[in-house]
Design a protein around this ligand. Sequence first.
Ligand SMILES: C[S@@+](CC[C@H](N)C(=O)[O-])C[C@H]1O[C@@H](n2cnc3c(N)ncnc32)[C@H](O)[C@@H]1O
Length: 244
Amino acid sequence: MRLSSLWPMTVVKRWKYLRRCLELRGELESFCMDPDFMRQCACRHDDLKLFFQSRLQLRTVTLNEGTLLYDVERELLRELVERSNGLDGPIIEVGTLFGFTTAKMAVWKAPHKKILSVDNYSGNAWLVDPQTHRALTRQFLYYLVETGHVELFDMDKIEFFAGYRGEPPALVFLDADHTYEPTRVDIAWAKRVGAQIIAGHDYSHAFEGVGRAVEEAGGAARLAGGVWVLDNEYWKASQRTVAA
Ligand SMILES: C[S@@+](CC[C@H](N)C(=O)[O-])C[C@H]1O[C@@H](n2cnc3c(N)ncnc32)[C@H](O)[C@@H]1O
């Protein structure tokens, strides 16, 4: 009988890891004899710890978990970003996660348009700790942040809402907390700051509160997968223009 069928998975994983370390002992010993290498390891202790912790968890994840899954969702969001290119104000994403949707919106947006993305790194389906979550997101979005296309706000959305003094946004995409009260608050804020297009994710049976908050705020003018667009003044006016 194989060892792995008797022992819990964590023990088996650790055993395999230890065995691999022993196999590599020759190489490791030569590293350990190098005082510069050891000094750097000691200086970068926190980074290394994060690296090893994340490595063990990231091996088992599904990459797309938590982000937009379906083509129809991406197509509708693309249409919204392209509409927002003709409007004043930034695009605001509430809930960056790892920046996968942020990066897509950055491809679809006009060069002058800025994306502000907010996250407090409180949760992710990869189950990495907040520090790793934050570090990965910064790595993934490094180019877009450095070139000024994206600005990341590392804070709770309520703090961001309270401090927002910018132009009325062209588009707000709400994708943080999918329960009723927080979604209601998010939509109310987007309306208060004069966002033209208000949209979000996870209008579905799994997140009953999102649908309830959207319906109370005017209903969904468009739905694709879990992506919803609020039937607000901007949307009604744009539909009248199309019809005329
Ligand atoms: C569903 S994920 C966002 C997915 C992302 N928009 C995408 O499409 O790739 C939700 C994110 O919202 C963040 N979040 C949850 N509650 C928050 C809050 N109160 N303030 C800021 N961010 C929050 C979580 O840390 C998580 O990264």
